[in-house]
Design a protein around this ligand. Structure first.
Ligand SMILES: [Zn+2]
Length: 245
């Protein structure tokens, strides 16, 4: 990963252009926590991933994210600022690495969903529908069940519910909900907040602007892309002014 944050953003965007949301989560995590190894990043519970991505958003783009939504009742377009500090969930200490669920005489071990699970799910286009993705995620979170193929529908449903409860208790940052209110009709609703989606949207517009700036400065001065990207934003802005942009 590039050492300067501007180049890291361009590389991350290029790498994730055609990626699934889960894969983008891992790509962004590499920018947020380059000190962690690839397996360590993949093993982070989703809420820990999201806490690091909130840090990254604050570092690169500030502490507010702009949420866009359509009112489910009157279809009015809603724009609202989300204060990232307000959606921080406390990090539970001593969250167990292994949870257990007892069904009849059987004990099933499972763990929290992690960043690698979401990336693996997203890579599989057959999992585009929500139910299949939930089931596949539950299967990935199963630990050491020798006859996992024989898990009944009932057991699988119980496991899915148990995983959801474990996330609520031990990884609450993974399930942030936004309270929204329509300015047109007053309708109230909640929607999940997805930091990956927010970061990616900002990254997309930032990288598009950066590459346009590189093009203009390179055309005038003949400097390399690498040199232009490592200029401070202030100096890039000044050179653009000097060439009359
Ligand atoms: Zn409305």
């Amino acid at each position: 990963m590039a050492s300067d944050p501007t180049t890291a953003m361009v590389l991350a965007y290029e790498e994730g252009r055609a990626a699934s949301p889960g894969e983008r989560g891992l790509i962004l995590l590499a920018v947020a926590a380059p000190e962690l190894t690839v397996p360590a990043r993949a093993a982070l519970p989703v809420g820990r991933r999201d806490a690091l991505l909130l840090d990254l958003h604050e570092r690169l783009f500030g502490g507010r994210a702009e949420a866009l939504a359509d009112c489910p009742r009157c279809s009015e377009k809603l724009e609202t600022d989300v204060l990232l500090a307000a959606i921080r969930a406390p990090t539970p200490v001593d969250a167990p690495a292994r949870f257990t669920l007892t069904i009849g005489a059987r004990e099933i071990g499972y763990r929290l969903p992690n960043a690698g699970d979401l990336a693996a799910l997203g890579a599989n286009s057959e999992l585009s529908d929500g139910t299949a993705a939930t089931r596949a995620l539950a299967r990935r979170c199963l630990l050491a069940l020798e006859d996992s193929e024989s898990l009944s529908d009932e057991a699988e449903a119980a496991l899915t519910e148990a995983i959801a409860n474990a996330v609520t208790a031990a990884d609450p940052q993974a399930e942030v909900m936004l309270e929204l209110e329509c300015p047109g009709c007053g309708f109230h609703w909640t929607a999940p907040f997805d930091i990956v989606e927010f970061l990616w949207r900002r990254l997309e517009s930032t990288v598009s602007t950066l590459l346009r700036e590189v093009h203009i400065i390179a055309s005038h001065y003949g400097w390399s892309e690498r040199d232009i990207l490592t200029l401070s934003p202030f100096r890039r802005r000044r050179y653009l002014e000097l060439v009359g942009i």
